[in-house]
Design a protein. Structure first.
Length: 115
């Protein structure tokens, strides 16, 4: 099962997301659930940098494809404008993940935590 955690601050801004595990919907290389989650979450990371223009040194991230692990955190040293731009991307990420969960609830979970 893929476990996704979205971390929000006290102002309800998404500051971090973490993904771990494999869906095991199908064999490796044919698992559409894993592929969909991977594409969304990795595009989220790339978009925070390239679209929201948040510099790579303002983002902490860790990836381990073998273990199905991705952790992305926006660091504290960004402007409010940059944070708001990132929210559009991160909220879109959540919409996509929720859509996958609606279709495949036995393979993906999503929880929220406060940072």
């Amino acid at each position: 099962m893929i476990r996704i955690t979205i971390y929000k601050d006290k102002n309800d801004y998404i500051k971090r997301y973490s993904v771990s595990g494999h869906a095991n919907y199908d064999e490796y290389g044919r698992d559409i659930v894993c592929a969909a989650v991977s594409v969304l979450t990795q595009t989220g990371l790339l978009s925070i940098n390239k679209v929201a223009k948040i510099e790579e040194n303002q983002i902490s991230y860790s990836i381990n494809q073998e273990n199905g692990f991705l952790d992305v955190e926006i660091l504290e040293d960004i402007s409010l404008e940059e944070l708001k731009n990132a929210q559009i991307i991160l909220m879109s990420l959540v919409v996509g993940l929720e859509s996958i969960i609606d279709s495949y609830p036995e393979y993906v979970t999503l929880e929220y935590r406060e940072v």
